[in-house]
Write a protein that binds this ligand. Structure first.
Ligand SMILES: Nc1ncnc2c1ncn2[C@@H]1O[C@H](COP(=O)(O)OP(=O)(O)OP(=O)(O)O)[C@@H](O)[C@H]1O
Ligand SMILES: [Mg+2]
Length: 361
């Protein structure tokens, strides 16, 4: 699958943009703060309905304007999909797929598959568990609409339960109902996460070993907060505590992922370079995952990450993206980008305006 074109209107610092991507490598280059990441953000939003930078949709509307527009056309060979998103200042987002309005934002998942690799991802191993849950969820949601719906349902129930816990006199019967539903959805989500991590681990562990010439053995382990069989009992056990603290302490919203290198916890003992290699392995494993699950290659967005990696890892990426559409952003064109220059489409971004170039100079 490829993204054929992207059009933006009043999107962040971009007043108007029409871009036709090539099916291979596309390089967006330009100085800092010109709009390169904004373009990737808009593409990511078409795949997930969300920005990777903000939870507040209206932040993407250009200052002083009332709404922003995105249109993206994806080409799947036999047919094309057109996605339109209209973000309004005082209203809900309007979304249409092939000119048919969709009510549920989750319907976007699976229409285009996008894998984004950004400098923030490099924190995945080191930072708190919420980033690692977000990683699992964003990848899984793109692969399964059922998962996306179960997850939305779970978080809605969780918010309602937490509201109930904050009430003066907590209704235990209502809590019983919430608990049984949270357990039901929690177990479904847990099973999917477990399957996903096991499948990704198999691929990422091979890639990691490859990149490190067999010196490092990566192990990726899903760490659920609670086991399936203890789920209901533990929720009951923690109820008094939950009422006291007015929040839900047990469930899949506390899950985590453990990364070991040569048997040692990489979060505590790994070097920065090792963390980066883990992320790179995960992203490339995800490319394989999507191909396997959907039959289509995903589109890879590399937001300024090449400069964060050493030469060996840069080359590994360049070799891995040969057959998939990739959009790379960069402030400068170093020799690694020069090396793919010949076969890439080059765009220069300045002040929210994009200009197609024949060659980088
Ligand atoms: N809602 C908005 N309206 C207008 N401009 C905005 C809005 N949100 C962000 N910007 C502007 O967009 C620019 C940042 O764009 P972006 O993050 O895409 O830069 P970039 O080219 O990726 O830069 P870098 O190389 O530093 O990552 C900033 O100048 C910022 O002020
Ligand atoms: Mg940027």
């Amino acid at each position: 699958m490829i993204v054929k074109s992207l059009s933006l209107g009043d999107y962040r610092n971009i007043e108007k943009l029409n871009i036709e991507f090539s099916p291979g490598v596309n390089i967006l280059y330009g100085s800092n703060a010109q709009g390169k990441t904004n373009i990737l953000e808009a593409m990511y939003m078409c795949a997930t309905g969300r920005s990777m930078r903000t939870h507040i949709p209206k932040e993407v509307i250009s200052f002083g304007k009332d709404s922003a527009h995105i249109q993206m056309i994806a080409d799947k060979g036999v047919f094309k999909d057109k996605i339109n998103i209209h973000i309004k200042k005082n209203n809900k987002k309007g979304i249409a797929i092939n000119n048919i309005a969709v009510k549920n934002i989750n319907e976007l998942f699976g229409t285009v598959n996008i894998i984004l690799f950004s400098p923030e991802d490099l924190m995945l191993v080191k930072e708190g568990p919420s980033l690692r849950r977000r990683y699992m969820d964003m990848e899984l949601c793109q692969l399964s609409r059922i998962y996306a719906d179960d997850l939305s349902r779970y978080y809605k129930l969780l918010r309602e339960r937490n509201t109930l816990l904050k009430e003066e006199k907590c209704d235990n019967m209502a809590l019983d109902i919430y608990d049984s539903q949270l357990v039901e959805y929690g177990i479904k989500i847990m099973k999917e996460r477990n399957r996903f991590i096991n499948e990704t681990a198999l691929k990422a562990e091979i890639i990691h070993s490859d990149i490190t010439s067999g010196k490092e053995e990566l192990e990726i382990i899903y760490i659920p907060d609670v086991s399936e069989k203890d789920y209901a009992r533990k929720m009951r056990e923690y109820r008094e505590k939950d009422i006291y603290y007015k929040s839900t302490s047990v469930g899949i919203h506390k899950d985590d992922i453990l990364f070991n290198i040569n048997g040692v916890n990489a979060r505590d003992y790994g070097s920065q370079g090792q963390h980066r290699t883990i992320c790179l392995s995960l992203k490339l494993a995800e490319v394989e995952n999507v191909k396997e699950k959907t039959g289509y290659s995903p589109v890879l967005l590399l937001d300024d990450v090449l400069s964060e990696l050493d030469r060996k890892r840069q080359l590994y990426i360049i070799n891995s993206i040969k057959n998939i559409q990739t959009v790379i952003t960069s402030t400068g064109i170093d020799d690694i980008l020069q090396s793919i220059n010949e076969n890439a489409s080059i765009f220069y971004v300045k002040d929210g305006v994009i200009e197609k170039k024949k060659k980088v100079n």
